[in-house]
Design a protein around this ligand. Sequence first.
Ligand SMILES: Cc1cc2nc3c(=O)[nH]c(=O)nc-3n(C[C@H](O)[C@H](O)[C@H](O)COP(=O)(O)OP(=O)(O)OC[C@H]3O[C@@H](n4cnc5c(N)ncnc54)[C@H](O)[C@@H]3O)c2cc1C
Length: 490
Amino acid sequence: MTIRTGKEFIEGLKAHPRDVWVNGERVEDVSSHPAFKGAVEQLARIYDSQHDPDLQDQLTYEVAATGQRAGMAFLPAATPADLRRRREAYRIWAEMNFGLMGRSPDFLNCTLLAFWEAREKFAEGGEKFGENVVKYYEYVRDNDLFLSHALITPQNDRSKSSSELENLHLRVVKETSEGIYMSGARALATLGPVSDELLMYNLPGLRPGDEDHAVTFAVPTDAKGLRQICREPYTTGGAESFDHPLSTRFEENDSLLIFDNVFIPWERVFCYRNVDLSNRLYIQSALRNHTAHQTNTRALVKVQFAVGLAVSIARSIKADNFLHVQQMLGECLNYVEELKSGLLRSEVEAEETLFGTVRPALAPLQTLRTRMPTIYPRIIEVLQTIGASGFMLMPTGADFAVPELQEDANLYYQGADISSLERVKLFKLAWDLAGEGFGQRLLQYERYYAGDPVRTLAMNYLNCDDTDPLRLVANALALAGEPQPRQQAD
Ligand SMILES: Cc1cc2nc3c(=O)[nH]c(=O)nc-3n(C[C@H](O)[C@H](O)[C@H](O)COP(=O)(O)OP(=O)(O)OC[C@H]3O[C@@H](n4cnc5c(N)ncnc54)[C@H](O)[C@@H]3O)c2cc1C
């Protein structure tokens, strides 16, 4: 196998019916259901882009061992130049959806690359687990599969560990010579309903006693006993593209995963009943070096898009004549520069791995990950502040099509040097991003997709390089010298 087309991706979904529920309805075919159709079409475009002769060399590479092409996110980087190649591929895909689709296939593809580079860490739990990781990386790479993941436990009682909450969270319930059986719930699988497989691992924080929960594995989305219940969709197929240009195309649905005795063969198990290793893997596999490189590249595109909208809205009504509006837009443009700088530094200061490959430096990427929960809501606030009541006044596309309303519609919505129709289009685009359920999810995504920002920042503190700050303080303290008796005046 080699890189897939969009058609092959969709055929794969149709060939593997899964147990997916939305709005009380069991979905027969996720590829054509209105709740998922937009995302499926965007993912298909992403797969097709790998076959575009103008993009193929930027989006794919030839795997030496197979002679076949694979997605660029799987490329083990020999030099920082390869990291830039990977970033360029992430950027091209992100620009196809304005950075609004957080879980495009490259996200988990580069996670698997990290697992592959960390195979010796997985082998600490048993030789076969390291081998399983290598084989699974190759399997997903060579079949160009689309993965989703669900790392966290559902919010039931956060004061208790998983093992204290009987029969709720995902855990191993049976073990045989062929494999293991998993039951219980897991959150939250973005694009889970339209994925080919699910990669299941844990965030750190498991406690002694949580052994049954300390399992890392992969499972096909159509596995027997695996159910997904989705949140209410923002698009149900009725909304017009003119009125909701983004949510009609780029919505990523999210689901709760429920496992009921789901069989996982041993070849797909990567860590088993090992609390200590499961807790260490998140950091020691260095997966964040890779995932944060992809997610921040995508975030940069999203920030550029949101800032571009803020600037366009301001110019459309000449609000950018006012000093405080210029100040807010200047602040937002700084965020773009901040993201660009962090990404470049992560490549310039790339780290070597045990296998002669390089990976991006983590510190600048973690900084950006923990900045986004502040940066992105602030940009949205600026956008809302500049657009003000304009967002509440826009008519629908249907109003422009009614003959009796046309004269008024064409006159009263005009902006400064912009026609009524163009201004309404612009404001609707911006409100889809800055308001609406779809826009609120995008905001919540930036707050939480990289984990709880509170604990992530605390983890930064506990793992940070504080050598230079403390050296400077030590140097300054040394200046003070020892206590001396005060000089007496004669
Ligand atoms: C739109 C969206 C898409 C997502 N997609 C995915 C996905 O595809 N895959 C995936 O695995 N995850 C996904 N996530 C989930 C994401 O990983 C979590 O939101 C994040 O890890 C925080 O966990 P939580 O939402 O359960 O919040 P909780 O952990 O329940 O936190 C709730 C509140 O309690 C506080 N709190 C809870 N526990 C503690 C503690 N021990 N110490 C201190 N404070 C605590 C938090 O600070 C927070 O204020 C997604 C989230 C969103 C919003």
